[in-house]
Design a binder for this molecule. Structure first.
Ligand code: FES
Length: 127
């Protein structure tokens, strides 16, 4: 039986910001090479800040908790700040994850970064 901390359980049982954004400014999708689970992040950008962040996942409980935490950490941040959110800082914010579940924490931050890159690419193409 894996032991999860209180914060992980809270985000797993009541994940924040689940869903998608219909007219998202950026979308990032990643697959976990370890387990094959998928994660998608949607972002809305306003004045270079993350106005809204939502995610959808087929991942496990730890992946859900991680993404929920990533979405909360990212909201309201500038794009540069959000790009600095790392898999490690998320796991720390959650009070740690069991070792054999650390690979699950990779999905959240990676998908968020991809969504931001997707947005930045779109901006470039507009110019
Ligand atoms: Fe796949 Fe956790 S087991 S994301």
């Amino acid at each position: 039986m894996i032991m999860y901390g209180k914060k992980v359980m809270d985000h797993f049982m009541n994940p924040r910001n689940v869903g998608d954004i219909k007219d998202a400014d950026g979308i990032g999708e990643v697959g976990n090479p370890v387990c094959g689970d998928m994660m998608t992040f949607y972002i809305k950008v306003k004045d270079n800040k993350l106005d809204d962040v939502k995610f959808k996942t087929f991942g496990c409980g730890a992946a859900i908790a991680v993404s929920s935490m990533v979405s909360e950490m990212a909201k309201g941040k500038t794009l540069d700040e959000a790009l600095k959110i790392s898999n490690k800082s998320v796991a720390e914010e959650l009070g740690g994850l069991p070792k054999n579940k650390l690979h699950c924490s990779n999905l959240g931050a990676d998908a968020l970064h991809k969504a931001i890159e997707n947005y930045q690419e779109k901006q470039k193409n507009k110019k």
